[in-house]
Design a protein around this ligand. Structure first.
Ligand code: GUN
Length: 280
């Protein structure tokens, strides 16, 4: 029977620890989440981020701009937040409306305030093994792996998915932890064979229950980043959870990686706040 990696409980512990640190700082780290338009899923995410930040003692606010906001207006808003000394972290919620170029918005955020870790400078720092702000979901996955007790050094890790937000930075973090890393994706010749070799399997491909039980090596640690909706409306991950009981440990969906993403957004905001004040 696979152990369940409870991301909800771990995230609560991480957030409680952050709240304690924030209480001793003498200032409140400032986070601004910028939302443009009315993407319904974004509304839920943004509210959850805001609530978690407030509960941990951060000065958090959401800037909700209308769907008709022009690219120039958004870039102007980001520039104002870059210049605002009370703002430590800026997160531009994705997706943006189609008339705004995502890479321009991401590239406009001051890398020192880029708590999503999406700016090319932070991505480059990560790929170069240099310190910087790291994307929240991969950072959360590293916490979950530490919690699992899995041996990372020398282990074969497979990252399924090559997105800028999860797959690529995830592979860099695992490499930094001395794993032997493979990145597989939807065009990989024999995905099953690649997965079956993995001691650590991180699925971030966005396809409901694509990873079958037979693809999972007995004793592997399985981290499921996917959040998909089945035809009947229920949520599921990228891994066929019911077939994965021969794994050593697995994250549930929901309640696995998702809560850790928010906890790590707060970690990044605190890191940015401390670094901006000279690394106290
Ligand atoms: N939309 C879905 N996930 C994310 C995320 O991690 N960061 C941002 N900015 N937008 C998202």
């Amino acid at each position: 029977m696979a152990a369940l990696l409870d991301g909800k409980a771990l995230a609560a512990r991480v957030r409680a620890g952050l709240a304690q640190r924030v209480a001793t700082l003498g200032f409140r780290p400032g986070l601004v989440v910028v939302r443009v338009g009315e993407d319904p899923a974004s509304g839920v995410y943004v509210r959850n981020k805001d609530r978690a930040a407030q509960e941990a003692g951060f000065a958090s606010r959401t800037l909700h701009l209308p769907a008709a906001t022009t690219e120039a207006e958004l870039l102007f808003t980001i520039a104002a937040l870059n210049a605002d000394g009370a703002v430590d972290g800026i997160l531009v919620q994705l997706p943006l409306p189609p008339h705004i170029a995502t890479e321009k918005a991401i590239g406009a955020v001051d890398p020192a305030k880029d708590v999503d870790g999406f700016h090319p400078l932070n991505a480059g720092r990560l790929a170069s093994g240099l310190p910087g702000l790291v994307p929240c979901t991969p950072r959360g996955v590293m916490h979950l792996l530490a919690e699992s007790g899995a041996r990372l050094r020398g282990a074969r890790a497979l990252v399924l998915g090559r997105s800028q937000i999860v797959g690529r930075p995830m592979a860099q973090l695992l490499l930094g932890a001395d794993c032997t890393v493979t990145i597989a994706h939807s065009r990989t010749d024999d995905l099953g064979a690649e997965c079956r070799r993995a001691d650590i399997l991180v699925a971030a491909v966005g396809r409901a229950e694509m990873v079958k039980g037979g693809w999972i090596k007995p004793g592997a640690v399985v981290i499921d980043v996917g959040i998909n909706r089945r035809a009947d409306g229920t949520l599921c991950g990228d891994v066929a959870f019911g077939e994965a009981q021969h794994a050593a440990a697995i994250t549930p969906v929901p309640g696995g990686v998702g809560p850790m993403t928010i906890a790590c957004l707060l970690e990044n905001t605190l890191d940015a706040a401390i670094a901006r004040r000279g690394g106290a």
